[in-house]
Design a protein around this ligand. Structure first.
Ligand code: ACM
Length: 265
């Protein structure tokens, strides 16, 4: 399969302009999956709930969704991106996956970071794993990387590739995701944004460094820290299916859950 990392530089509260510039980056790329950052059309640094409300869409609906669904249908491909989701009175920091036949599903970020807690409700369901024509794909969003149980539980439920839209402000995630891939023998694709965003009293500087990692912990691509950039990476998800580590070990078979005293907590 071919995966396109689409590392963008969104402008705060300009979803239409951000959508146009993301589509212009995606247009020349040939891929089976196009991965975009977290909250990549609304911007990240919300100052007031009204700003979230003004840019939010219900899952599987809205202007951004319709444009990306049309792209997916035309290309016979999948697109994954982060957006503020409106669900009745609540908002979630969500990621959607759309394919040639429409909405595949939406994941609501379970681990909210910093001031996200002021604007969003935490996710209310486990992160999903989807069976796609090229393999099994799990979704997680940005700060979920800090909780190794997320990647582990997705891998134990069969995920061979993690799609991980992000807006990284801490420096550690790119290196940590190498370990998440290695310890679960899965591919991971993290798509971050670049640029600096100031809104009200808050400033964030995003670190780019979008990347794809193999089940053996090899970096298959890593983008720069400053610029909008894209890369298409080709790999075979079959490489994530065996958990054998040489003659004597099996990564999942050798687990000893009875001895993990905190496993159920
Ligand atoms: C983050 O979760 N956007 C840091």
């Amino acid at each position: 399969m071919r995966l396109a990392l689409v590392q963008t530089a969104p402008r705060m509260l300009e979803p239409r302009a951000n959508l146009e510039s993301a589509l212009a980056l995606m247009e020349p790329l040939a891929a089976d999956v196009y991965l975009l950052p977290e909250l990549c059309f609304s911007g990240y640094t919300f100052d007031r709930k009204e700003e979230v409300a003004a840019t939010a869409e219900p899952a599987g609906e809205g202007e951004v969704f319709d444009a990306l669904a049309a792209f997916a249908r035309e290309r016979q491909a999948y697109v994954c991106w982060g957006f503020p989701e409106r669900a009745g009175e609540r908002f979630y920091n969500s990621a959607s996956l759309v394919g040639p036949d429409g909405h595949v599903g939406t994941y609501r970020k379970v681990h909210l970071f910093s001031r996200e807690t002021l604007f969003f409700s935490p996710g209310d369901a486990p992160a999903p794993v989807y069976d796609l024509p090229f393999g099994r794909v799990g979704l997680m969003i940005c700060f979920d990387w800090f909780f190794p149980e997320m990647a582990r539980s997705l891998a134990l439920r069969g995920a061979e590739l993690l799609l991980h839209p992000a807006n990284l402000v801490l420096p550690h995630c790119p290196q940590a995701m190498i370990t998440r891939s290695l310890e679960n023998r899965i591919f991971s694709a993290t798509c971050d944004r670049v640029g600096t965003e100031t809104n009200g009293a808050t400033t964030h500087r995003f670190i780019g460094s979008s990347q794809v990692v193999s089940p053996r912990g090899e970096l298959l691509a890593r983008l720069g820290r400053e610029q909008q950039e894209t890369a298409v990476v080709e790999f075979d998800l079959a490489a994530a299916r065996s958990k054998r580590l040489g003659e004597y070990n099996d990564l999942f078979g050798d687990r000893r859950p009875n001895f993990y005293a905190l496993a159920s907590r």
